[in-house]
Design a protein around this ligand. Sequence first.
Ligand code: NAP
Length: 472
Amino acid sequence: MSKAHFGLIGLGVMGENLVLNAESNGFSSVVYNRTFSRTEEFLKGRAVGKQIQGAIDLKDFVSKLERPRRIFMMIKAGSPIDAVISQISPLLEEGDLLIDGGNSEFRDTERRVKELESKKFGYIGMGISGGAKGALEGPSMMPGGTKASYEAIESLVSKMAAQVEDGPCVTYIGQGGSGHFVKTVHNGIEYGIEQILAEAYDLLKRLYKKTPSEIADVFGTWNDTEELSSYLVEITEVCLRTKDPNTQDDLVEMIMDKAGQKGTGLWTVVSGLELGASVPTIYAALNARVMSSIKSERLHAESFIKFDPIILTDQYSNEDCASFLMDAVVLACIASYSQGMELLRRASSEYNYQLHMPSIAQIWKGGCIIRAKLLQRIQNAFNADPDIPNLLIDPWFANQINDRLPGLSKTASMAAMAGIPVPCITSTLDYIHSYRTSRLPQNLVQAMRDCFGSHTYQRIDKEGSFHTEWLD
Ligand code: NAP
């Protein structure tokens, strides 16, 4: 059999589907999985009749690849990647290229790029988004590493990626770990939007007393609007309409209210703090998952901490309440994207990634989990001003905020008075108000710091650094 165009290690959900995707685009492959039975199962199942060969071990694997070898690793992030690199490195030759398509921490990728490039191998850290279906039909791909390494896979990934009207959803992101950094932030934005939609569901259920199918109708109408049309709104409607096959009850109401938060969501928030980028809506989503995970404590606390709800919804018509809620959801989603983009901008300058912001918006328009019509507006905003400090001041986004801020405020107030937590919605309100307030109360914080610790302060009327003996 002739040598395969590329190789793939790791036949998990993503690996299997990516190989089938590449095959349907004319690329033959050889696959290897640590547990061989999985390889056998794949070869006897979905890979039958396709240009896909199996390998029993890594030696067999590399011998079946055309040179220079292009090898995707689609395995668990962390130490498994280092383990596979050290197992396969002795079998590689100069010019061969390893591509880590998993959710690796970007600093790990920085280190691996340096190590592998110094051995004259190429190394690409490539974030991939789209889940199983995206991997099969066309994901969004975020490759980082040297430009030369990217060029060696460009023909392959530009065919495999989702296609939108202005091109494939893949582009060269930048050097080092930039591809995995961009994927991390993509996932942080995803955390934000998932939580925002969950908060909307909770308000529609508990405040507006709607059933899951009525809530699904609301999400259906939102998905027809420019501001909210997106993959996540679309699948939320599907989740809300799905019945438990055994009982025919709403399946979503049978699911335990606990969500995990390790990995990319956490890394986004940590990076935000490290780089001085404000990401409160994304942080609120992460923290909401932390709170969800302490289920037994919450159950216990319910009997101790009481709150009599004050229902304000009767002051408004149903139509007004629905419109206020949509305002809140739109602005919180905008905040999630703008915080993510701001974090990317800061990382680009701090790590010298030279990220091209319009292209990042472009490759997120298709294939990935956060694809949404709004990304066209984000792309337009960065095309109009690549150095815009925050999307909130782009004219289209500023108009959205000016129109929808009253609705967001009313939704946050109604939720607060009803005792329903909506952390992404309320933190978005604080974020917007903080951003549009020219004088914040940190003058007093500075006074306190100087009072107890002689930290000094700056003045608004003259240059320099000042100290006062406050306690004398
Ligand atoms: P996964 O469950 O994360 O990983 C399973 C694969 O990793 C299996 O092939 C497993 O081999 C292999 N593996 C684990 N430890 C290994 C080790 N020490 N040495 C060699 N192989 C090892 O599968 P996945 O969901 O397809 O994800 C792959 C990567 O893509 C992950 O980084 C994930 O975070 C990322 N990702 C996943 C999705 C998604 O929707 N699932 C979306 C985007 C990105 P065995 O069969 O031998 O156990």
